[in-house]
Design a protein around this ligand. Structure first.
Ligand code: ADP
Length: 497
């Protein structure tokens, strides 16, 4: 075994050889400065393994490898259909190793193994498979004009820097890799420092299925070092980022230096509106899942629940009962667990600080509100009521299992409160009145509206935000626009000067 691989055995008994290097030019390599970062099990706080951490020098090497693969060699000349075959093979390999990937992400991130297998892995496979089919279908138009023929070709943007978060480590990587590869770009991907492991196993598969060297490079590392070096690198043509709005602002500034193309998928404080004519049980189930699943660590989490006045008391009571019944907190390996640990100590402390601020500002903690006194980063699922527009918990993304519930009287007031946010990512409307559902969904300022559900996400459907929740769309056909650019070719058909 090389010194850049370690045999690991997870608490569920699964064992594998974990690569620990940076992945550049299809090889696992040491970082130039020999720096490393720690992968930590959030359920125990103990170190799983150390992996290599990239500095600006490593990022530079990776970007140059990606540029070389873009400009010359097999990737550039490969028929688009063959690119699709490579991607399809990669999807098959991920699927074959689904339980291993689910184990790794559960251990590294703290999400339940069951959830990782049923959600993250299904999504990861389907995204790569979906975009494999697009490779040979990305084409331009012909435009007939007097004495001239014009045509458009869609070309790759170039070297793409992809900076991804820790909440869905593997599937976030596939969301970004899928359309980038389908359009013929090359990639330097920086995973989040909290979750470096699954992407390195993916890198092994990249080589195994036969992607040419330099097409996909993985540089684990810290945001302020590797992330920043990538966002500011002059040879990177585009930055695609998913993470917090504050980090997105920093990245946008850096990208501005060389006017890079950008896609940003950032924070949210998504509203979920329950009208009194809604199917009550469905509203309770979805609103619980919308904020409590994945430990509340979802950018689209429907964290602001708005309930019509005449069903408000009944709703709050039933919601808390649902939390008590469903949100069982425990280790990521226990089949009965709904809510595992938060991803890190820092993240847990952020959640606790927000809960404390809500309490101090006068909101009522109707349920939960405390850190759980056990090793690992566990917090009680928490429900706030008596929330006002002045409070931080109403405006700021908590990124934890913390719901705020608020009352409204009329449809107009519901819309006003729903839009009272600098964010605009997801939104949900519960009603059995179709006209109202469509009226409200038209008025809500959000990139996505779920009618009578929450958190629907599908490979085939565009995903993204408005306002300060982001720029651009991922997934679906719209995802291709983010990774291709149109060139116009004018052909003179006989006009003489
Ligand atoms: P969080 O605060 O939840 O960790 P971030 O938005 O900071 O969320 O992190 C999302 C991703 O952005 C991670 O991969 C992280 O390393 C990266 N990142 C953080 N800061 C920077 C930065 N200044 N430049 C580039 N990438 C960064």
């Amino acid at each position: 075994m090389s010194d850049l691989a370690v045999r690991l055995e997870a608490p569920n008994g699964q064992s594998w050889v974990q690569p620990t290097g940076l992945f550049i030019n299809n090889e696992f390599v040491k970082s130039v400065k020999g720096a490393s970062l720690e992968s930590i099990d959030p359920a125990t706080g103990k170190t799983i393994v150390l992996v290599q951490a990239a500095s600006a020098e490593d990022v530079d090497i990776a970007v140059k490898a990606a540029q070389k693969a873009l400009k010359s060699g097999p990737w550039k000349t490969m028929p688009a259909a063959d690119r699709g075959i490579l991607m399809s093979k990669l999807a098959d390999k991920i699927e074959q190793k689904a339980s291993l990937f689910a184990t790794i992400d559960a251990w590294d991130n703290g999400k339940t193994y069951a959830e990782a297998l049923a959600t993250d892995l299904v999504e990861a496979v389907s995204v790569i498979r979906y975009y494999s089919g697009w490779c040979d279908k990305v084409s331009g138009q012909t435009v007939n004009l007097p004495n001239k023929l014009a045509l458009t070709v869609r070309q790759p943007i170039g070297v793409i820097g992809q900076i991804i978060p820790w909440n869905y480590p593997l599937s976030m990587a596939t969301w970004k890799l899928g359309p980038a590869l389908a359009c013929g770009n090359t990639v330097v991907l920086k995973p989040a420092e909290q979750t470096p492991l699954s992407i390195l196993v993916l890198a092994e598969l990249v080589k195994e299925v036969g992607f040419p060297p330099g097409v996909i490079n993985v540089v684990n590392g810290y945001g302020r070092d590797a992330g920043s070096a990538l966002a500011g690198h002059p040879l990177v043509d585009k930055i695609a980022f998913t993470g917090s709005t504050s980090t997105a602002r920093v990245i946008m500034k850096q990208a501005a230096e060389t006017l890079k193309n950008i896609t940003l998928e950032t924070g949210g404080k998504s509203p979920l509106v329950v009208f009194d004519d809604a199917d009550f049980e469905q509203a309770i189930k979805w609103s619980h899942m919308g904020i409590m699943s994945n430990q509340g660590q979802i950018c689209t989490a429907t964290s602001r629940i708005l309930v019509q006045e005449n069903i408000y008391d009944k709703f709050v009571k039933a919601f808390i009962e649902e939390v008590k019944q469903t949100s069982k907190v425990g280790s990521q390996w226990d089949e009965a667990t709904y809510q595992g640990p938060q991803v890190s100590e820092v993240q847990l402390e952020r959640v606790m600080a927000m809960i404390e601020e809500g309490r101090k500002q006068g909101a009522t903690i109707a349920h939960g509100g405390s850190r759980i006194d056990t090793p690992g980063f566990f917090v009680e699922p928490t429900v706030f009521t008596d929330v006002t527009s002045k409070m931080s918990i109403w405006h700021e993304e908590i990124f934890g299992p913390v719901a705020v519930i608020r009352k409204f009287t009329t449809e107009e007031e519901a819309i006003e409160l729903a839009n009272e946010s600098s964010y605009g990512l997801g939104s949900a409307v519960f009603t059995t009145n179709l006209e109202r559902a469509l009226r409200v969904s038209a008025e809500i300022e959000a990139g996505m509206v779920w009618i009578n559900s929450s958190q629907d996400c599908d490979t085939h459907v565009p995903f993204g935000g408005v306002k300060q929740s982001g720029i651009g769309r991922e997934l679906g056909e719209a995802g291709l626009d983010a990774y291709s650019q149109i060139k116009a070719v004018h052909i003179n058909m006989g006009t003489k000067l």
